[in-house]
Design a protein around this ligand. Structure first.
Ligand code: ACM
Length: 687
């Protein structure tokens, strides 16, 4: 009996990696500063009647109405004998997100009603978002649990960048993403409005900019989005990326160009172009002044993002007139010949900064703009690493973090969640730490069109939202995943299409065939990570339709992660026994083993079910090797599991061969990889 006893003791004493064990967070995401749960419930036979106390504010009144409508949707239609209780909302003043007004709030649910208290209406909006995450099952219905919450954000700048230049995103897409942002307490929409592939805002002063780009927002639509965001306490930070990433501008106004290439259309490629404006011509600044004069009036936020990334200076070096200018201005390296690109770009930045200052805006730029000569009031957005973030703060500039939060790279929510702008061991002193204002998740859209973009943003962006709102020590990853699933359901209710759009694409791919086998495969696929999708034998352009299996594949496979958790619990038990000098073979928990066996059997059998569809559909054929690999890997997993259940150690030779086979199966196809392969490998590897 001894080994069983040890195993039991171990499992009780140290819960498996995937078991959330924290304070009681229920479905709240981000986790509030303090939460004290009571024992009572406000049942479904309660109707909340709002009473607002504070300066009249239509935004707050509308937000309260939206929240009550959503809460009521969870109640049965015929709660006739419902009691009416107050939803008492008190606030000091109307909050303005662009002024970084206070966001803290308190929210109390007691048997006599619901009370919200906040210094500003921004806090009220957050309290309402929290209130919407409170309902929990109570018998057949849902109810509000008794609770006392005090909450405030750790960082004031919590953003989501949406790139509408690479793929245009209609207003409806932006609006529903603003709803999701509000639900997770993100407060900055960073709108990446121009790039090589398009300039997406109507300019009345320089109309060729939007005309050459085809799809764009009219100024009326921009104002509509601004109103929608403001109604949710969200700032809108416009980005017009200069001097690089500007082929669309050059197609409209060729006089901006540094190089010889004349672009007649916006860029039809995803390759890094390395074009740049001519920084030596006064006409360049005159045009920027005209445009920024118009755009700074359109966008009320006090900040204005000028990009500044990824200009390697090759066009400047290749232009004799620009080189002569640089020489005259002493912008050459010590060798007296080579261009000091940074010096010239800093000159450009300073000229742009003086335009923005004239229009009363503070400049934000990517970390490339940091360097000697950059004025202190510029804000740095760090994308290449944490170094830019900390260097900015050490130089006295405010900074926000995006490195680690790149949603387009298909990294896990855990990866983003583990990225803290200010970890305990950060290299900054207290004054410098105060300059770190927060961060932004980024959704670059080379591989996301308006149909699937929600699925590339959510629910992973919610992990970033929590990292930026909640305390540093709120970092239990399994608990985050548990709540992420709840938020994902909540967002579906708000109209987000992160689940429905990939499912619809699957149905389209399956045609008249049953979609189940295809779904089983796609659920364990992930797109190849980071920038690999550009380099896997398939050249994407802006006009490539995003309607292949890779586009339906989740950025992070829940099925693979859950299976990984099951393997984890086996491994932890093994380690525990080994750690006690024991040589007993570990026995998997019976329920766990059964679930694993069923899963592996389903994967093993899936390929033969899928073959007819894979063979019949030209767009699916390229995924056949992955389907076959899933089946073969599952067979090996089943062999190992059978031994575990019989308490037999695997034969060393069998194991070596199996691992070699698994490694041979590990080949991407159709820009996807089998997310479950490394997981099955871990199972096979168990001694
Ligand atoms: C960037 O990703 N080039 C800012």
């Amino acid at each position: 009996m001894r080994p069983f006893l040890l195993l039991l003791v171990f499992l009780l004493a140290r819960p498996a990696f995937c078991q959330p064990t924290t304070t009681d967070t229920r479905n709240l995401l981000p986790v509030p500063t303090t939460v004290r749960w009571g024992t009572g419930m406000l049942g479904w036979k309660v109707v909340l009647r709002p009473r607002l106390q504070g300066p009249a504010d239509t935004i707050t009144a509308a937000a309260v109405a939206r929240t009550l409508k959503r809460l009521n949707r969870q109640a049965p239609a015929t709660a006739r004998d419902a009691a009416t209780l107050p939803l008492q909302i008190s606030y000091g003043k109307v909050g303005r997100p662009e002024l970084f007004d206070e966001e803290r709030y308190s929210l109390r649910v007691t048997p006599t009603g619901v009370t919200i208290d906040a210094p500003t209406t921004l806090g009220v909006l957050h309290a309402l978002a929290t209130l919407e995450q409170l309902p929990q099952p109570d018998g057949r219905h849902s109810a509000l649990p008794e609770v006392d919450i005090q909450d405030q954000p750790r960082f004031a700048w919590r953003g989501l960048l949406i790139d509408v230049a690479r793929h245009f995103m209609p207003v409806s897409v932006i609006k529903r993403n603003l709803d999701a942002m509000a639900a997770t307490k993100l407060n900055v929409l960073h709108w990446h409005l121009s790039d090589d592939q398009g300039f997406r805002v109507e300019s009345r002063a320089l109309p060729r900019l939007h005309e050459v780009s085809g799809q764009y927002y009219t100024q009326a639509q921009v104002r509509e989005v601004l109103r929608y965001a403001a109604a949710r306490g969200i700032r809108v930070l416009p980005e017009f990326d200069v001097p690089g990433h500007t082929i669309a501008w050059q197609a409209a106004y060729p006089q901006l160009a540094s190089g010889d290439t004349l672009y007649k259309t916006v860029y039809q490629s995803w390759r890094l172009a390395n074009v740049a404006f001519d920084p030596t011509k006064e006409t360049t600044y005159q045009l920027l002044d005209t445009l920024f004069g118009e755009m700074t009036a359109l966008f009320p936020d006090p900040y204005f993002h000028i990009g500044g990334d990824e200009n390697d200076g090759r066009q400047w070096r290749g232009n004799p007139r620009i080189m002569a200018f640089a020489k005259a201005k002493k912008m050459l390296k010590p060798d007296g010949k080579t261009l000091d690109k940074h010096a010239l770009q800093t000159y450009f930045n300073r000229r742009v900064l003086s335009i923005l200052t004239k229009y009363n805006k503070q400049m934000v730029g990517w970390d490339e703009i940091l360097g000697p000569g950059l004025p202190k009031d510029a804000v740095i957005q760090s994308w290449r690493g944490k170094k830019g973030l900390y260097d900015a703060a050490k130089a006295g500039n405010r900074a926000i973090l995006s490195n680690g939060y790149y949603l387009d790279l298909y990294l896990s929510a855990a990866n983003a969640y583990g990225t803290d702008p200010l970890p305990v061991d950060n290299p900054l002193n207290v004054a410098q730490q105060r300059l770190i204002r927060g961060g932004e998740a980024t959704m670059w859209s080379e591989f996301a069109d308006s149909v699937i973009v929600d699925s590339r943003i959510w629910p992973r962006a919610a992990a970033v939202a929590e990292r930026l709102w909640s305390a540093r020590d709120v970092n239990n990853t399994p608990d985050m995943y548990r709540r992420l699933a709840a938020v994902s359901r909540q967002l579906e209710g708000l109209g987000l299409q992160h689940r429905s759009a990939p499912e619809q694409l699957l149905r389209q791919l399956a045609g008249p065939t049953d979609v189940v086998a295809l779904r089983t495969l796609v659920q364990v696929l992930e797109p190849v990570k980071e920038y690999k999708r550009h380099f896997q034998g398939f050249t994407y352009t802006p006009s490539t339709p995003l309607n292949r299996l890779v586009d339906a594949a989740p950025a992070e496979s829940d099925v693979a992660r859950n299976f990984n958790c099951r393997v984890d619990s086996l491994m932890e038990a093994t380690v525990a026994l080994a750690g006690r000098g024991s040589v007993f073979t570990m026995v998997p928990g019976r329920r766990n083993a059964l679930a694993m066996r069923q899963q592996l059997q389903a994967w093993q059998a899936n390929h033969s079910r899928l073959i007819p569809l894979l063979a019949a559909s030209p767009t699916l054929t390229e995924y056949a090797p992955l389907s076959a690999a899933l089946s073969a890997a599952a067979a090996l997993g089943l062999e190992r599991l059978a031994l575990l259940e019989k308490q037999q150690k695997p034969d060393a030779e069998w194991q070596a061969t199996a691992l070699k086979q698994l490694d041979a199966l590990n080949k991407p196809a159709g820009q996807t990889e089998l997310a479950v392969l490394p997981v099955i490998r871990r199972l096979v590897e168990l001694r």
